[in-house]
Design a protein around this ligand. Structure first.
Ligand code: NAD
Ligand SMILES: O=C(O)C(=O)C[C@@H](O)[C@H](O)[C@H](O)COP(=O)(O)O
Ligand code: ZN
Length: 371
């Protein structure tokens, strides 16, 4: 069992353990005095995991309802968000009540945004069920929905009251879903922990490891959260340093949108990391082996570098990045594994970087296919 304290505007604990679903009611009751809870989940997760959560909440004295929306990034949208707000209102939730986000990053982002805005903000607890959500999205308080124009364009910073990462949930992920979460794990290693990167090079974080050594997986989740914790505590609302957590995202989000969300978020972040690292080597600001090592580590974690969208479409999508200000964008540029910095970059230069970088990603994807 791991327990990490996050010292944000509202401090909270992240617990990493087994059988946390069953304990969610008791933990919720220790943090929240309300009468009602709305469990928000998706169509894949609810049938698997809602029942033990609901039973525990009822045993803790809550009147409980379950709201389920269709799984997938294409439902991280205003329609879902509004229907959940309406559900909270028709369930007569008051400001003292509680929302539970039970699912992956999509559920966490949407349910968090509902919690942030329903009656101007009520308590919520994150129960992440994907690797990606455990290592990244459930912690730090970014909540959002996508707009037609792009990813996460409407949202709020709203910290949960607790994060309960029940590692028992990871066993029902497909290998592809598990691998997708490793995109963010590798991101954390590149931005802040070269030793973690080397450990992953020796022993990758895979579904096989999950079967063989659950405690190692729990340890790696805790270590990732600790990396994110340090950044969030230093800059909760992303005025500067938190932008580092966006390594690989300016191009990655562009790929995600240009591919109509058919590729996973972590996969697209992987493509974005290799692209910016490759372009940084070309610009002679990054050690030459960095993109090779990132591409190899992604491959060893089962992540693909294949994508079809063309660079112009990806660039058009990437212009919606929240690190853009007028004709400039703050890019997160690697210098070495474990060392990245923020570089304000004119948009015309960003376009060249994106083109050079994505051409290199195609080359790596070809290398991977040839082997
Ligand atoms: N707020 C943040 O800080 C932050 C950080 C990283 C990513 N994100 C966001 O998170 C989203 C990606 O999260 P994700 O990869 O978890 O996607 P997701 O929520 O879509 O989950 C992936 C798939 O796994 C299914 N699933 C979830 N848990 C399962 C389980 N235990 N067993 C079987 N199936 C399960 C889901 O139903 C879905 O089909 C993106 O929208 C991304 O923008 C947010
Ligand atoms: O927590 C953060 O800060 C991050 O940037 C984590 C990212 O992995 C995550 O994908 C985040 O949602 C991206 O934020 P955005 O501000 O670019 O929408
Ligand atoms: Zn991300």
């Amino acid at each position: 069992m791991y327990s990490l304290d996050i010292q944000a505007s509202k401090p909270y604990q992240v617990l990493i353990d087994t059988f946390l679903l069953e304990r969610a009611g008791e933990i919720a009751r220790s943090l929240n005095a309300g009468r009602r809870t709305l469990i928000i989940s998706d169509s894949n997760v609810a049938p698997l995991y809602a029942e033990p959560v609901k039973s525990g909440l009822q045993a803790a004295g809550y009147t409980c309802e379950l709201a389920v929306f269709s799984a997938g990034e294409e439902h991280k949208r205003a329609e879902t968000y509004i229907s959940l707000l309406e559900k909270a209102a028709s369930f007569e939730m008051t400001r003292s009540d509680l929302i539970i986000a039970l699912g992956g990053g999509v559920v966490g982002d949407v349910a968090g945004f509902v919690a942030a805005t329903y009656m101007r903000g009520i308590d919520f607890i994150q129960i992440p069920t994907t690797l990606l959500a455990m290592v990244d999205s459930s912690v730090g308080g970014k909540t959002a929905i996508d707009l037609e124009a792009g990813k996460n364009l409407a949202g709020a910073f709203w910290q949960p009251r607790a994060v309960l990462a029940d590692v028992g949930c990871l066993g029902t992920l497909t290998d592809e879903q598990f691998a997708d979460g490793c995109g963010e794990v590798i991101k954390h290693a590149v931005i802040a922990d070269s030793e973690l990167f080397e450990e992953l090079e020796k022993t990758p974080l895979t579904p096989e490891l999950l079967k063989q050594d659950l405690s190692r997986v729990a340890y790696l989740i805790a270590r990732n959260i600790d990396i994110k914790r340090a950044v969030v505590e230093a800059d909760e609302r992303e005025s500067n340093m938190r932008k580092l957590l966006n390594f690989g995202h300016s191009i990655g989000h562009g790929v995600e949108a240009a591919e109509s969300y058919r590729l996973g978020h972590g996969t697209c972040v992987g493509i974005g990391m290799v692209a910016i690292a490759s372009a940084s080597v070309t610009a002679e600001v990054c050690e030459p082996d960095v993109p090779d090592r990132i591409a190899a580590l992604l491959r060893n974690h089962g992540l693909s570098l294949h994508f079809q969208a063309d660079a112009q479409n990806i660039y058009n999508e990437a212009l919606h990045d929240k690190k853009r200000a007028g004709n400039s964008i703050d890019l997160v540029v690697p210098r070495a594994i474990g060392a990245v910095s923020i570089a304000p970059t004119p948009l015309d230069e960003f376009k060249k970087i994106l083109e050079v970088g994505l051409a290199c990603v195609h080359a790596y994807a070809g290398d991977i296919e040839d082997e």
